[in-house]
Design a protein around this ligand. Structure first.
Ligand SMILES: Cc1cc2nc3c(=O)[nH]c(=O)nc-3n(C[C@H](O)[C@H](O)[C@H](O)COP(=O)(O)OP(=O)(O)OC[C@H]3O[C@@H](n4cnc5c(N)ncnc54)[C@H](O)[C@@H]3O)c2cc1C
Length: 388
């Protein structure tokens, strides 16, 4: 892969956003011989404090893009061996082998995933950092799409894929459904070297554990998320998604009085790396793009509450479907391009729309008063069925 800031010839495909969705799509499309440019607003790709879960379906989709890529990502991830569930009072509800132990489910740092996808990009893909898309022009249809960025030269492409997350600029023009919907939940996330916390006092588990503290309509979790890295996150109901002046102070306050490990973990994290965001989703819509040469992918297309842990997997699957449908299409043949993009959207909307709704219901339930008890029953049932 190359990084570039020079004005280039017309690309077959411009992808906006170098998150898991944009980068996996770049792999899938470049592997089919298209010239691809990825335009990312960030100045640099830097470690940010978040971890995510990837299971069999996610690795299968990555494997469809490239078996080597799937293996490389898996090598940076950790399969949880132990599971702990407790209440904020310290009462232990479940402490046993993880129901996920030995399965293909893993936790991995968001940045580990992004950097692996980035480092393994084919040489034919150009990544343009510091490129924040502000506008695009898709008329006339027989000319390339003109992309306009903040303080950068314009770029041109035959197809535009908005993989620019839940506040997508591309979606704003193609769907025009306004800002994403705030779910009433704030989240704080961070990660730190495991060494910084060692040794962990019982009942907290050293290595390959997933530990949850649930109660008072809040959740706090900690997990091993790849080599030497431990990640944490917390969610709590909050009226407004306004960010606070200090994410550190706020998250310490939200989880005040919780088991001491929580405060210790937060205080040991580099405050600048703590991410504070609202949780957002959107209503599913019947079409994502302009019906001609522009479409959406990943969170830009179907932002989903994290309750199902499916966001990244769905983005990978989008990439596989899109690349497959474009495989034999000539970029200048607008009716064929349009037909492929419409088929892509229909196939993916059929799968993602019900999941967006399901994740919304489960997301609401995850802040209910009986969430800890329901999780305990779920872990016990899953482990019992595994041991049968
Ligand atoms: C608390 C929480 C926990 C989660 N846990 C999980 C989990 O366990 N498993 C899972 O699969 N998913 C999880 N997710 C969801 C997952 O993080 C997203 O689904 C995934 O990151 C979507 O990838 P994406 O590439 O579509 O979008 P993003 O990751 O949002 O990437 C979009 C990229 O576009 C860039 N961009 C935005 N606007 C512009 C612009 N105008 N110009 C140029 N670039 C732009 C951004 O800088 C960013 O790099 C979780 C999310 C949250 C909030």
């Amino acid at each position: 892969m190359t990084q570039s800031s020079a004005n280039a010839a017309t690309l077959d495909i411009a992808i906006i956003g170098a998150g898991p969705g944009g980068l996996s799509a770049a792999h899938a499309l470049a592997n089919r011989g298209f010239s691809v440019g990825v335009f990312e607003q960030a100045q640099v790709l830097r470690p940010i404090g978040a971890a995510l879960g990837l299971a069999e379906q996610g690795y299968a989709a990555l494997g469809d893009i490239s078996p080597t890529l799937s293996k490389q990502v898996q090598a940076r991830a950790t399969n949880p061996q132990q599971q702990l569930l407790m209440r904020p009072s310290g009462e232990i509800l479940f402490a046993d082998e993880s129901p996920m132990a030995g399965t293909s489910f893993t936790w991995l740092g968001w940045f580990n995933l992004q950097s692996c996808l980035y480092e393994m990009l084919p040489d034919s893909v150009k990544l343009y950092l510091k490129h924040s898309l502000i506008h695009f022009e898709s008329e006339p249809l027989d000319a390339p799409i003109r992309l306009t960025f903040q303080d950068q030269p314009d770029q041109f492409a035959r197809i535009l894929v908005g993989a620019d997350g839940y506040r997508s600029v591309v979606r704003n023009k193609t769907v025009g459904d306004g800002p994403p919907l705030y779910t009433g939940t704030m989240t704080w996330r961070g990660s730190l070297p495991r060494q910084a916390l060692s040794p962990l006092a019982a009942p907290f588990i050293e290595g390959a554990g997933f530990q949850l503290i649930v109660g008072q309509q809040k959740n706090f979790w900690m997990m091993d998320a790849g080599a030497e890295q431990i990640a944490w996150g917390g969610t709590a109901p909050q009226v407004s998604p306004e960010k606070s002046e200090s994410a550190l102070e706020t998250v310490l306050q939200v989880f005040e009085g919780w088991p001491p490990i929580v405060q210790k973990m937060i205080l040991t994290t580099d405050p600048m790396s703590i991410i504070e965001t609202g949780v957002f989703d959107r209503e599913p819509v019947p079409q994502w793009g302009d019906g001609q040469r522009i479409t959406l992918l990943g969170d830009a297309a179907h932002p989903i509450r994290p309750a199902l842990g499916m966001g990244t997997t769905l983005a990978f699957q989008d990439a596989v479907t899109l690349a497959g449908l474009l495989e034999d299409v000539t970029m200048t043949d607008i009716p064929s391009v349009s037909d492929a993009l419409m088929q892509y959207e229909q196939q993916r909307i059929e799968i993602t729309a019900p999941l967006q709704k399901k994740a919304r219901e489960q997301g609401l339930a995850s802040h209910s008063d009986d969430q800890a008890d329901r999780l305990k029953m779920g872990f016990e049932a899953a482990l019992a069925s595994r041991r049968k």
